[in-house]
Ligand binder design. Structure first.
Ligand code: A2P
Length: 281
């Protein structure tokens, strides 16, 4: 596994395991055992995924030492605020049966459609995140689904800058402006739903490119993401696909292929604009 260095000198694997929609405990044990054996060292979860206990049990039952894996978690929207985020983190730590998180993220910025004072809300939550860092409960702090204006607002009051911004990225959904901004500002980008929730895998152009390389479309998607300097967090419940998604270090895309993928129109995935959120903000 290759690693990327964060602004604080920490390191993150280029590929992590997504766990959204895996809640069954037996399945989680299989998935985490398979992923660990395949070489995954980063497990990505969120309070909203309702699987923190399943993950902690899986790690325990698989006999994986805590120090051998990195746990990344996210605070949900109902726990925004200085005190609230700290309380939420402590609850998550209990569920994960650990005394620290490797990475803790604000899951969504407060929606400007719902809150006039969205920037202030984010700033207060961030202050709580900084406190968690100072208290040693989390090793790195970051955000998720933050666009440039969210990051710039946060920057006005943040004492510690975000190490990471995680967002949906895959062929057909390429937020180049945010990736460039993050790269210029020392923020590592993580791609959630790098396969567009599996919905983009039948795309014709992607299949043609995959055929050329004797690789699968999933591998093309992940290679394209890594080439952007972005961490990919694919989710799979199948041993062979978990293995396949990490087997992307033995080929490269041509500049023509990269350009084709860069310009693909939206062809699947969630595609939620954080500024338009009204139902769960
Ligand atoms: P499964 O769990 O059955 O493997 P994303 O990470 O973008 O959210 O995509 C996850 C979806 O893509 C899941 O439905 C998962 O199904 C499917 N998936 C994951 N890896 C692969 C792969 N290598 N080939 C085909 N489908 C995959």
């Amino acid at each position: 596994m290759e690693y990327i260095t964060t602004r604080n000198g920490g390191s993150l694997p280029l590929i992590g395991l997504g766990t959204w929609q895996i809640t069954d405990r037996e399945k989680m044990l299989e998935v985490i055992r398979d992923a660990y054996e395949a070489g995954y060292r980063l497990i990505d979860t969120a309070a909203a995924y309702s699987n923190e206990i399943a993950i902690s049990k899986a790690i325990e039952n698989a006999g994986i030492p805590r120090s051998e894996i990195m746990l990344s978690d996210k605070v949900w929207n109902t726990s925004r605020g200085y005190n609230e985020v700290q309380e939420a983190c402590r609850k998550s730590l209990k569920k994960l049966k650990t005394d620290y998180l490797d990475l803790y993220l604000i899951h969504w910025p407060a929606s400007m459609k719902l809150y006039e004072n969205w920037a202030e809300i984010n700033a207060e939550t961030w202050r709580g995140m900084e406190q968690l860092l100072a208290d040693g409960l989390v090793k790195e702090i970051g955000v998720s689904n933050f666009k440039i204006h969210h990051l710039e607002e946060l920057n006005k009051t943040a004492k510690v800058k975000p190490a990471v911004d995680q967002m949906e990225i895959h062929p057909g959904l390429y937020p180049k402006d945010i990736i460039d901004y993050c790269s210029e500002n020392g923020i590592c980008v993580e791609a959630s739903s790098p396969l567009g929730n599996g919905q983009i895998l039948s795309d014709k152009s992607l299949n043609e490119i995959a055929g050329t390389h004797n690789k699968t479309v999933a591998q093309i998607c992940i290679r394209w993401i890594l080439d952007k300097g972005v961490i990919a967090i694919p989710k799979s419940t199948s041993r062979s696909r978990i293995q396949e998604n990490i087997d992307v270090f033995d080929f490269s895309l041509s500049s023509e292929e990269t350009e084709t993928i860069d310009n693909l129109p939206f062809c699947g995935g969630l595609g939620i604009d954080p500024d338009e959120v009204v139902s769960f903000g």
